[in-house]
Design a protein around this ligand. Sequence first.
Ligand SMILES: Nc1ncnc2c1ncn2[C@@H]1O[C@H](COP(=O)(O)OP(=O)(O)OP(=O)(O)O)[C@@H](O)[C@H]1O
Ligand SMILES: [Mg+2]
Length: 367
Amino acid sequence: MIKFDRVTKRYADGTVAVDNLSLEVPTGEITVFVGPSGCGKTTSLRMINRMIDATEGQILLDGVDVTTIDPPTLRRGIGYVIQQAGLFPHRKIVDNVATVPYLLGWDKKKARDRAMELLERVGLDLKMADRYPFQLSGGQQQRVGVARALAADPPVLLMDEPFSAVDPIVRTSLQEELLRLQAELNKTIVFVTHDIDEAIKLGDRVAVLRVGGRLAQLADPPTLLARPADDFVREFLGRDRGIRRLSFVSDEGLRLRADLTVPASADVSTVRGTAESWLAVVDGENRPLGWASVKDLPETGTLADARLAPYGTFVRGRDSLRGALDAALLSPSGSAIAVDETGRAEGVATREALDEALGKVAGGVGA
Ligand SMILES: Nc1ncnc2c1ncn2[C@@H]1O[C@H](COP(=O)(O)OP(=O)(O)OP(=O)(O)O)[C@@H](O)[C@H]1O
Ligand SMILES: [Mg+2]
């Protein structure tokens, strides 16, 4: 655990970058520091590995005041990733990744083997190992930056806007890669960003800072979205808080109706009398084919002969209520087809079922 205990940083010119900051960064979790430019994010991060020393207060790493540990020793246990990766331009990728192992005196083969293993882990083609940084895209360089920070397997990772210089698509894949890695590695990560969506996506907990280096709120993402502490946090979170919060609500409470899925092989006469307006038609393996409008069914034949409308699906137990709602909005029936991980239909979440589930979420906000 990393603990900030009443930490203040005043620069020589009198600028108070961080003001009386107290918070805890739990072991094995991602804590995101987010806030507008100049709110003291980088300063806070750099006080952890002593690139900057605090003016007042203490930072404790597993109970030990970091100012009592000499910086090289401290940094051996702390990986550091910055924007635009900060790779050494004249070193090959593999040697960039092996930087810390070399410093630690590992033999060359062991260090390179470790570097290759990490390149693979962060999703890079091993062909890149012998290239120089300028021969990689920005996104690839960023992955190398992450691999380098992980090289000596430090328990703590500090990441300062690591993905902010790449385009949105690459950024999304880097974020997903980080979450996948973290699920395996369980590092204690402090991640700095000015992008609230990134903070909400990555953070187990999010610390919102305001200019002057003061903590505005520390909470997990669903709590932050549901109950911002003040107007500053509310404005910083931006629009659609309610909808975005649905991403954190499991779809498990959503009632499904299995009777609304019918096989394409069924004769139209068997469904004509139904009180339903729409039926979800599935193939012989139970995979959705589309929605059939009951009043527009052909006179004879099977449901395979009906004109099918587009449909949206969500994966039961994996997608959130937001995914289910989105699927419903993509279907003319207004209902969402629930599928399992293999794409087979499990049933239909009707508008009534969605309404019921959304009502519970809304009820929970005030609680
Ligand atoms: N060496 C320095 N001397 C004086 N003031 C500084 C110094 N470094 C940073 N500052 C000031 O301290 C404040 C916090 O800076 P910091 O770099 O921590 O902000 P930040 O939240 O990381 O911003 P950004 O999102 O732009 O990276 C700013 O007002 C900045 O101008
Ligand atoms: Mg910064």
